[in-house]
Design a protein around this ligand. Sequence first.
Ligand code: ZN
Length: 403
Amino acid sequence: MRPLFALFAFAAGGLIHAADSVSLLKPARVFDGETLHLGWAVLVSGDKIAAVGPLADLKVPADAKVVALSGQTLLPGLIDAHSHVLLHPYNETPWNDQVAHESEALRVARATNHLRRTLLAGFTTIRDLGTEGAGYADVGLKQAVEQGIIPGPRMLVVTKAIVATGSYGPKGYAAKWHVSQGAEEADGDNLIRVVRDQIGHGADWVKVYADYRWGPSNQAAPTFSLEELKLIVETARSSGRPVAAHSTTPEGMRRAVLAGVETIEHGSNGMPETFKLMKEHGVALIPTLAATGARPGAKEAFQAALAAGVTIGNGSDVGVFAHGENALELDAMVRFGLPPLDALRAATSVNARILHLEDKIGRIAPGLLADLIAVEGDPAQDISALHRVAFVMKGGVVYKPTP
Ligand SMILES: [Zn+2]
């Protein structure tokens, strides 16, 4: 009955949630996006956080609804900065077949389930990094969530993403077949038109593939020139949109950083000097270890990024694996040496800054949106507690009530 109840709560929240209703959340401890506090409580008024601090210090209205979260840790809603809600796990259906054989309607129907699962797993915001052949469907899904048609996390979207001609997939066809690609091909001056067209269709960020497994050898190699990447960044930036770059090779990463992208996705073969350059330019790394952590060199690259002091965000590449399992990324980062508190920061306050949403989400502070979750146990001691989500609130609306 849990999902039905959540849907009911969602519908009720959308229709009759009073802007002045007040709730007092009483957990065992609060992680506020920066540090852990024992004996704190949080007051929510309407869709915002009204107050946070030691319970005795809070001015609690007599009619406040008390939500007991005993033994639990309250956190800001988690943020996944690299998702693909229009993909499902490759061990169910290979990527090529999803892109080539699944209709957009089928993929959108699946995505509505993915969005609900993501939200109920405590991820209240995602940056979805490419529809992989499903056109602008991410923009429609984002609108469906915003309009209360389906439950889901807040979404930032990129639409189709941009690849250099010949570099992406599905590939391996005889030359006589013209195969529609999983991202939009563009080169040279045409990049200006394609960036603007994607923005016109609803892109909040622009995603570019700075390298990819290219040609019959299937070896990752840089794609766009530095000048082309600069053109993409300049065109996106002039409209206020940042750029995210898929990149795994040192040269692809170097060009992307010098061109002015704000995040590097994967970075799994970056060298110490690559990460030094990222640090100098203030470029964040989104490691996606949950999807790529088993690859040779991924652990060493992640540890080199840590040693260089690169800002590390939380982004999992979920879609490659099952939606709702987004917290696997935090498990992997901790396994590779990131202290649990830093992993929690990466998925909350750090990600909010990376996504330019720090004045709305990512911390538990007065005036911010009431995106709040509770997990069983203490994730600062045991990061796997994030898989035991007991309570989910987004914008003051409860989607997963306490049992
Ligand atoms: Zn991805």
